[in-house]
Ligand binder design. Structure first.
Ligand code: HEM
Length: 330
């Protein structure tokens, strides 16, 4: 691992683990969403397509209310990169998305496809329970040294050893996009080094006392932090933030959530995490839990962070409101 930002004689304040893969380890994560409190149309597609040949290694589900106050349903699916393209090339899987009828249904649908080459992403877990992409790994390695200091996230991304991963634009950026004639279908190719974070919280295995403390102290603070990022792209460089409640196969709550954010580059998230009052407050409240429960802390935190490659990422918005994801930047 690369340690450009690690202070000398560094000792992490708490243990943490990172996923480790052997063999093929280039992945794709796809976020399939619909802007509706009714999931029927998307779920009919998902139940068939996501279980087809060359389908994903893992599927998760969630709901959120977006920055325009619209209810959304979301599928999150992780593939081996070599499998994803074969899956998408199959008409039975892509036809529903390509069908012009999607533009006429009065519902917004989106597909955000993110290529995750191994040298461009990292994971971090506060426990040895894997979440997200890490559930596909052979092991969680740790406790690791490369965490707990500003810039640790960047140090864990192998490519940061040789590349700055910085972008020169801010949130006034206009991305190139392809639109169909009725303007209802927009495809955006996000530029290299855009940064995506999925930062998760799992309190499902907390006892009553820990749950009460998490839900009364940490969770409300977290919501404030997410609202700041959602509402302040110019100040933060965070282009899109969704605060998602994780749901099970039947769309029932799982006592888990995650922030799904996209920023101009990794430095934007790094800056917010190390210096903004909202993340500092989240951190402080969390440390109160650590001090109170010590080794018996049952709260599970984790994240995965990717720095996008120049190619093989595609964001498609069909009939979506203009504040959706990257749509407002094109
Ligand atoms: C309950 C919720 C959260 C808690 C308790 C929390 C706490 C922490 C802690 C303890 C670290 C240091 C991790 C380490 O390196 O060991 C950290 C890092 C970080 N957090 Fe959070 N966090 C939460 C949610 C979020 C969310 C939703 C985001 C989404 C933007 C976020 C963004 C970051 C980033 C970008 C870093 C890495 C900083 C770096 O290494 O330079 N956090 N957080």
């Amino acid at each position: 691992m690369h340690r450009n930002n690690m202070p000398e004689n560094w000792q992490p304040p708490a243990p943490a683990w990172a996923a480790k893969w052997q063999g093929e380890s280039n992945f794709v994560v796809a976020y399939f969403g619909c802007q509706s409190s009714c999931i029927d149309s998307l779920s009919e597609w998902a139940i068939n397509a996501l279980n087809a040949n060359h389908g994903p290694l893992r599927i998760e589900q969630g709901t959120f209310t977006d920055n325009a106050g619209v209810s959304n349903h979301l599928y999150i699916a992780y593939w081996l990169a070599s499998e994803y393209q074969q899956w998408w090339n199959c008409a039975a899987n892509n036809q529903w998305w390509r069908d012009e009828q999607r533009e006429q249904e009065g519902v917004g649908f989106f597909r955000e496809i993110i290529s995750m080459p191994i040298e461009r992403f990292e994971t971090l877990h506060s426990t040895t329970t894997p979440h997200g992409i890490s559930t596909t790994a052979q092991t969680l390695e740790g406790p690791i040294m490369e965490h707990g200091y500003a810039g640790a996230m960047r140090d864990r991304i192998p490519l940061s050893a040789t590349e700055s991963l910085q972008n020169q634009f801010d949130a006034s950026v206009q991305f190139q996009a392809t639109r169909n004639t009725n303007n209802k279908r927009v495809i955006v190719t996000p530029p290299e080094n855009l940064c995506v974070i999925r930062s998760g919280q799992n309190w499902s295995e907390c006892d009553e006392e820990q749950k009460r403390m998490y839900l009364s102290k940490v969770h409300p603070t977290l919501k404030k932090g997410m609202a700041f990022l959602q509402n302040n792209p110019a100040k933060s460089g965070c282009l899109s933030m969704r605060f998602v409640d994780v749901k099970d196969e039947n769309w029932q709550p799982m006592e888990q959530s995650f922030g799904l954010g996209l920023a101009t580059d990794i430095y934007a998230f790094e800056e917010w995490a190390k210096s903004h009052a909202t993340h500092l407050a989240i951190f402080e409240r969390f440390m109160e839990m650590v001090m109170t429960f010590g080794d018996n802390l049952q709260l599970k935190l984790w994240h995965e962070v990717s720095v996008l490659p120049a190619e093989e990422c595609e964001f498609e918005y069909i009939n979506c409101h203009p504040e959706t994801g990257l749509l407002k930047y094109c």
